[in-house]
Ligand binder design. Structure first.
Ligand SMILES: CC(C)[C@H](C(=O)O)[C@@H](O)C(=O)O
Ligand code: SF4
Length: 463
């Protein structure tokens, strides 16, 4: 009896040392401009080639501007980063390179699945913590460091020690107006940011099975924010329907063979996990964060904990985060004015997020006091937004669309929230300074973001 994780892991072991790390074969390697330069330098220094060039997909996303992408990049650091990336892709003959402006360009964890690079049963790595996103397809997907990027480029393998396994089951159904992001923020608020450290998580249960692929990606994306090595969901018809026909998905006979194998990828009845946790989906309401880590979340109608409700050991950092956010313990945040709204990132920058946001703002008007950055996760998402007529509805409601990239998720470009300003953000991290020095981030799902953009305040989208 094996778990889903065990089945995929065991199928990729090249060699194993007793009590040591395992040499694991990697099916797909994703690469972006921030964590790859030193890896390529390492290869150059040792005179090594890339072992399997067609197994690495490269896209520029972190340092990219979200306006005027057809113009030369103005910021010299970003320009250097992007030029180096292009030089490396050319020098090492990497055919799957999607630079700025390319139709396949976008945030790495968005372009992978939408182009069919991400498959069930695969091992997937990238020098990026949110690689966990790809686990939504029933893959073992995790972030790696730059020296490991070099290892994968040179050998298509990686040395890894086997993580412990955890299953998190969500019974029942999500309420109306409650999104996958709310489910994930709820889970992290219960488990805390360290609650899954050392584990690889499988998500299960009725509420998970009912999620679309985009929603499953949102949940797996956030696994890392509770410390997990990765998160995964067993593939099913929803998964197969999503993958089928995508450009880099298996085709013809290869598809039939893959499908037959993918259908075996589920945890066997009675297989043991190192830890099991169960939640009831009906307990979840739209979520917001109030502090400076993703675990500091609460239902939108709830109040920030009072000092006495916080563990003594955590009080100093709790107070520090209250000062940074400009909140008081015990505050209710519903109705509080905000300044910025960011819809985007590898957490919520997919087409369904834009559909949800647009459906909410349709026929309404953006609040005058809000600056709204709507940043599609990729050019394919951007194209779809236009084709489906969403852009017309957004424009009518007073919104504009920017060009794809990580953008204000980590503000490595010009999309920085000014110090002291409040941003309701669909991204994944609310750390101090994450969206710009002094910026105050309130994490939420696309519906809460839409409601805030319309009222200029923290607003329950169900109201
Ligand atoms: C730049 C990169 C290393 C980083 C990560 O690994 O997560 C970034 O994507 C982030 O979200 O903070
Ligand atoms: S969108 Fe944000 S979380 Fe995702 S890869 Fe880019 S910076 Fe990291």
């Amino acid at each position: 009896m094996k778990t889903l994780f065990d089945k995929i892991w065991d199928a990729h072991v090249v060699s194993a040392v007793k009590d040591g790390p395992t040499q694991l074969y990697i099916d797909r390697h994703f690469c972006h401009e921030v964590t790859s330069p030193q890896a390529f330098n390492g290869l150059r220094a040792r005179g090594l080639k890339v072992f399997r060039p067609e197994k690495t997909t490269l896209t520029a996303d972190h340092n990219t501007p979200t306006i005027d992408q057809d113009q030369p990049v103005k910021d010299p650091i970003s320009k250097n980063q992007l030029d180096t990336f292009a030089k490396n892709a050319a020098e090492f003959n990497l055919p799957l390179f999607f630079p700025l402006g390319h139709i396949k360009n976008g945030v790495v964890h968005i372009i992978g699945p939408e182009n069919g690079f991400t498959h069930p049963g695969a091992t997937i790595v990238c020098g990026d913590s949110h690689t966990s996103t790809h686990g939504a397809f029933g893959a073992i997907a995790f972030g790696i460091g730059t020296s490991e990027v070099e290892m994968v480029l040179a050998t298509q393998c990686i040395l890894q020690s086997r993580p412990k396994t955890m299953r998190i089951t969500f019974n029942g159904k999500l309420g109306k107006g409650v999104t996958a992001k709310d489910l994930a923020l709820y889970m992290i608020s219960k488990l805390t940011t360290g609650g899954a450290t050392g584990y690889f998580v499988e998500y299960a249960g009725e509420a998970i099975r009912n999620l679309s692929m985009e929603e499953r990606m949102t949940v797996c994306n956030l696994s890392i924010e509770m410390g997990a090595r990765g998160g995964m969901i067993a593939p099913d018809q929803t998964t197969f329907d999503y993958v089928k026909g995508r450009e880099f998905a298996p085709k013809g006979e290869e598809w039939e063979k893959s499908l037959a194998y993918w259908k075996t990828l589920k945890t066997d009845e009675g297989a043991k996990f190192d830890k099991e946790i169960t939640f009831d989906a009906a307990d979840i309401q739209p979520m917001i964060t109030y502090g400076t880590n993703p675990g500091m979340g609460m239902g939108i109608t709830e109040s920030i904990p009072t000092l006495s409700e916080v563990d003594e050991a955590g009080r100093i950092s709790f107070q520090k985060s209250m000062e940074y956010m400009g909140f008081q313990p015990g505050d209710k945040l519903e109705g509080k004015s905000i300044d910025y709204v960011f819809l985007g990132s590898c957490t919520n920058g997919r087409i369904e997020d834009f559909r949800a946001f647009t459906a909410y703002v349709k026929g309404k008007k953006k609040a005058d006091n809000v600056v709204a950055w709507l940043v599609p996760g990729s050019w394919m998402v951007e194209k779809q937004i236009r084709e489906e007529g969403l852009l017309d509805i957004l424009t009518e409601a007073g919104f504009a669309l920017r060009q794809p990239g990580c953008s204000a998720c980590l503000a490595m470009n010009d999309d920085k929230v000014p110090a002291g300003k409040y941003a309701v953000s669909t991204s994944n991290r609310n750390f101090e300074g994450r969206q710009g020095p002094g910026a105050r981030t309130i994490l939420a799902g696309p519906l809460v973001a839409a409601a805030a953009a319309i009222t200029g305040k923290i607003t329950d989208p169900r109201a």
